[in-house]
Write a new protein. Sequence first.
Length: 140
Amino acid sequence: MGLVFIEGTVTGPTGKQATLKFLVDSGATYTLLPRKVWRAIGLKPVDSIELSLADGTTVARRVSECRIAIPQGERSTPVLLGEKNDEALLGTVTLEELRLVLNPFTRQLQPMRMMLALAENRKRSVSQFRHSAERDVGKN
């Protein structure tokens, strides 16, 4: 699969904005903003977390929140505050908040299929799901 980039605008708590190109990374949980960007829009850390990189290395990053706008929509989202040499990534939490998924075949963002099980139909839906799953298991 090739790399997918998308331009987006992030807005900080005081209304300061920055536009940048994000690598859409379906393997990254959170969106990451480069240091220069999050400082320019006035973000402050509210938390910190440890993350595992693809090579297994563990790193710590601070977390904040900002508004993000891409052509497909706009939402508030948690973001990792990047350090030196960190690049802009658009992660799955932000994609899900925007109700988007990355289609690996077309390399495009597309609307997510939204699902809801209503309480009155839940028992029947769960029963149908189990029946379908049991039928599928029997095929293997």
